[in-house]
Design a protein around this ligand. Structure first.
Ligand code: FES
Length: 358
């Protein structure tokens, strides 16, 4: 006598109408498929970070996970790389109904995937105060122009090194080859991972340098941007969209990756909208977990009417006050960063960055 327990799923004829579907029976998520006259049932939970396999697609008899495209054979559950497998379930058709045995006939197999260096424990390495400057200016590398925001950023970094003994690092986003955010968060908050999904899957993506600076290396960051049509540069936004992976850790796992670090800003443009640009930047860097020194930005614009950009450059080149401002911004950032380092505990513990549901 068979000791198998069969649970009815539904009418076989109706279930055949859908090539792949996610069903839940007795608390188990199952990816149920029907193709070429044959049903298949495997676990509906992807081994990567739990994507709903039954909501994916089928290609050549493999179920493709809708979150990051791992695949599993729709009947055996074995991945095409043969290293990972999700459990397979038995099915039977009887009197027009489809039944499943909820005791799987194979077990999950999750091979060891090498850990990305960004998954290491976050702790400050001993050493002098460290300041990272991030220039978001877009530049023609063969024929570079004078960037007023980047020059002021360099002034801040030089001053931090000479007056405060800081280690400094200038990262120009235009030197880095990195992809646009591909919107995993828009599929599910849990599909947006740390490290960023792109960083995990594309070893050539160079935004890792910025993640390293923000999360691990720097005690203070200074971000510079030009004003483009009343907003920060396109490279700035390309970077910030990828930083969703950092902020999202707070909302999905209550894990704060950035704390006790200072952020400040340098904004220049031929036309106005400084306060709006810095407002956006402060909001975003605040949401990442950074703290701000008193008066957290310096800026320069000659106003809406000033289309004579060459005079804008000349003004910044001559301006002793802007240079002094860049130095003073470095002073304020380093002073705050030193105070924050003295704290051995997080500044505050706020569940899910304040997003706790009522
Ligand atoms: S590939 Fe399935 S959750 Fe990432």
């Amino acid at each position: 006598m068979s000791d198998k327990t069969w649970t009815k799923i539904g009418k076989a004829g109706e279930l055949k109408a859908t090539e792949l579907q996610q069903i839940e029976i007795a608390g188990k998520k199952i990816a149920l498929s029907y193709k070429d006259g044959k049903f298949g049932a495997i676990s509906g939970t992807c081994l990567h970070v739990g994507g709903p396999l039954g909501k994916g697609t089928i290609k050549d008899d493999y179920v493709i996970c809708p979150w990051h495209s791992w695949d599993y054979h729709r009947i055996t559950g074995i991945g095409s790389g043969l290293k990972d497998a999700v459990p397979q379930y038995e099915l039977k058709e009887e009197n027009g109904d489809l039944f499943i045995n909820l005791t799987p006939i194979t077990q999950a197999k999750h091979s060891k995937h090498p850990k990305h260096p960004l998954t290491r424990k976050i702790e400050r390495a001993p050493g002098p105060i460290r300041v990272a400057g991030i220039s978001t200016t877009v530049m023609n590398k063969k024929n570079p122009r004078y960037s007023t925001s980047e020059v002021l950023l360099e002034e801040s970094l030089k001053h931090a090194a000479s007056e405060h003994g800081a280690e400094t690092k200038l990262i120009r986003l235009s030197d880095l080859n990195f992809s646009h955010c591909e919107g995993y968060y828009s599929k599910s908050a849990h599909a947006c991972t740390w490290p960023c999904t792109i960083t995990q899957f594309d070893s050539k993506d160079e935004l890792t340098e910025v993640y390293e600076a923000f999360v691990f290396w720097a005690d203070a960051v200074i971000i510079s941007t030009p004003i483009r049509w009343g907003a920060a540069s396109s490279l700035y936004y390309k970077m910030t969209e990828r930083m969703n992976a950092v902020q999202n850790q707070m909302t999905i796992t209550n894990r704060v990756l950035i704390q006790n670090k200072a952020a400040s800003f340098i904004i220049t443009g031929g036309q106005d909208n400084i306060q709006s640009v810095v407002g956006q930047m402060m909001m975003f860097f605040g949401e990442l977990g950074f703290s701000f020194p008193q008066f957290p930005f310096i800026a320069h614009s000659r106003g809406w009417h000033a289309e004579d950009m060459e005079n804008n450059v000349a003004y910044v080149q001559k301006s002793g006050r802007l240079k002094e401002g860049a130095h003073a911004l470095a002073d304020r950032s380093v002073t705050l960063a030193k105070e924050l380092i003295k704290k051995s505990a997080p500044l505050c513990e706020v569940e899910k960055g304040g997003r706790k549901a009522q």
